[in-house]
Design a protein around this ligand. Structure first.
Ligand code: NDP
Length: 383
């Protein structure tokens, strides 16, 4: 029986993770569940899963919490307590954004396995995260379907076997849109993802292809592969979740109908495989599989992100912070779709990369980038 702490239990990944736990009550137990502000939703989960600890990261413990057998706490430190809970063997980090970095570091330093959905942890603090795992004896296992696919393709291979990682992208809701259409794209358009049902932030990141840049950076740190050997390709059917080309020319791919439950289960059970009831793969129903190059000219947020990754230091954290600010303003209707990449480009220019040697370095770069992106939005669309 493994104890599982789910950070972000009320979100899209959090709910999928609980569905995974439902199928294996004899193998996994939810020991800690957290939410940002959704007290009522967390209360319902506490009644159902009876965790030892429930945390509201930013807000009040909901009325009725004392009707559960659970200890309740609120605030940032309580979130870190959930990430290091003594009964947790695995910490699933399904928080959204840069706020996920500190809990990842805390869990790894406490020697936990971190099942990582929060890709921003590696984007903002890749070197710190890898160092925390080395120092604390913790282990990172990816939840992102692309990185889970790569990890699965790498089983049985040796260092030096890999020539190239190929990360697939659905292309998002705006694949094939012209520059004129993109200029008029609304949040509702961007939230209509063709193949995946996800939280709002990652859905917008898929529309700009920023998500793919985050995944390139994530793959660089997770698998220790340099940027020159990581490529992205558009695969609109989202059946092949990613590929690995070996030095002998063999290409391994992992495939299936899109669902996050399989990669979540794999991250919890790795290296073991557990049975799971879900829609079985049918190659005939999957139909034709197609591939296209990424349109970096149409989706500049992709190239900006990969370039920030190559630059290293605080550049990816600056990229991510500017993007988070711009996405919020796009969702609120203040910024047009092309404005997201413009805000990122200007922020990267005005916040030069520095060394990211501590969490403090990253948090300062993040805060400065947020201010700079806010100034850009204020200039472009004064309120
Ligand atoms: P959601 O927005 O659906 O859920 C986020 C969860 O984190 C919620 O429980 C939310 O609580 C909580 N949360 C949000 N902000 C904070 C904060 N500042 N501090 C503490 N808790 C917070 O996100 P997703 O589940 O879609 O995504 C989670 C992560 O997984 C992201 O990094 C995303 O990129 C990644 N990912 C998601 C995939 C998907 O299919 N959804 C696929 C691959 C990766 P509350 O409910 O109270 O707001």
């Amino acid at each position: 029986m493994k104890g599982v702490a789910i950070l972000g239990a009320t979100g899209s990944i959090g709910r999928s993770a609980l569905a995974v736990l439902d199928q294996h009550p004899d193998r996994f137990r939810a020991v800690a569940l957290t939410a940002h502000r959704s007290g009522e939703a967390l209360l319902a989960l506490a009644h159902r899963y009876r965790p030892s600890l429930a945390v509201i990261a930013d807000g009040e413990v909901p009325a009725g919490a004392d009707s559960t057998p659970t200890e309740w706490a609120s605030g940032r430190q309580a979130l870190l307590d959930a990430a290091t809970h003594p009964d947790a063997d695995v910490v699933l980090n399904a928080l959204v954004g840069a706020a996920g970095l500190e809990p990842t570091l805390a869990a790894l330093r406490a020697g936990k396995r971190v099942a990582l959905a929060n890709k921003e942890s590696l984007v903002c603090g890749g070197e710190l995260v890898m160092e925390a795992a080395r120092q604390g004896g913790g282990e990172l296992v990816p939840v992102d379907s692309e990185h889970s696919a790569i990890l699965q393709c790498l089983q049985g291979s040796r260092a030096g076997d890999v020539r190239r990682l190929v990360i697939t992208a659905s292309g998002g809701p705006f694949r094939g849109w012209s520059a004129e259409m993109l200029a008029a794209a609304t949040p509702a358009d961007a939230l209509r993802h063709p193949t995946w049902d996800m939280g709002a932030k990652i859905t917008i990141d898929s529309a700009t292809l920023a998500n793919k840049a985050l995944e390139v950076i994530e793959a660089h740190f997770l698998f220790g592969v340099d940027y020159a050997r990581i490529e992205a390709v558009v695969h609109p059917q989202s059946i092949i979740h990613s590929m690995v080309e070996m030095v002998d020319g063999s290409v391994l791919a992992q495939m299936g109908f899109p669902t996050m439950e399989i990669p979540i289960l794999y991250a919890l059970s790795y290296p073991e495989r557990l049975p799971y009831e879900c829609r079985r793969f049918d190659p005939v129903a999957a139909g034709t599989l197609t591939f296209e190059p990424v349109r970096a000219d149409r989706f500049p947020a992709f190239a900006l992100g990969v370039e920030a990754g190559r630059r290293g230091g605080t550049a990816p954290a600056v990229y991510n912070a500017a993007k988070e600010v711009a996405v919020q303003h796009f969702l609120s209707g203040r910024l047009g779709f092309p404005g997201i990449a413009e805000a990122i480009a200007e922020t990267l220019e005005r916040c030069p990369a520095a060394a990211a040697q501590s969490l403090q370095d990253v948090l300062e770069a993040d805060a400065r980038a947020r201010r700079t992106a806010e100034e850009f939005v204020q200039r472009l669309a004064p309120c």
